[in-house]
Write a protein that binds this ligand. Structure first.
Ligand code: 5GP
Ligand code: ZN
Length: 113
């Protein structure tokens, strides 16, 4: 049995506000947004984190970035946006299913905290 929260969201077993979907990718609004626009892009296939990308699954990452580019255009994020993927607990990863945060709509600081 798969107890992964984001696998369940991608499968529609847990509700979410869908922003984009294709064969490989699901995107939805973050439940606790850190910016006016805060979307999570995930692979439908379970991959634990960016530390678990390999030659067999890396094509899905390109699909995710194609989706990010398309959604950013569709939503008119022309002033810019930030893409973040936390890897491991010390970097702030709380859900162990690969996800890319897309944040936009406010000024961003650098370096991130
Ligand atoms: P992380 O901390 O792993 O980088 O990011 C996990 C993100 O998932 C957080 O920004 C958190 O707000 C979001 N999140 C956690 N549980 C849910 C949920 O059930 N639904 C949605 N839409 N977002 C969630
Ligand atoms: Zn999963």
């Amino acid at each position: 049995m798969n107890d992964c929260l984001f696998c369940k969201i991608a499968a529609g077993e847990i509700p979410s506000t869908k922003v984009y979907e294709d064969e490989y990718v699901y995107a939805f609004n973050d439940i606790d947004p850190k910016a006016p626009t805060h979307i999570l892009f995930i692979p439908k296939q379970h991959i634990q984190s960016a530390a678990h990308i390999d030659g067999d699954n890396s094509f899905i990452v390109s699909k995710i970035f194609e989706a990010i580019s398309k959604v950013a255009k569709d939503l008119g994020l022309d002033d810019g946006f930030r893409v973040v993927s936390n890897v491991g607990e010390s970097a702030g990863q709380t859900v162990p299913h690969l996800h890319f945060h897309v944040l936009s709509g406010r000024d961003m600081t650098w370096p991130p905290g």
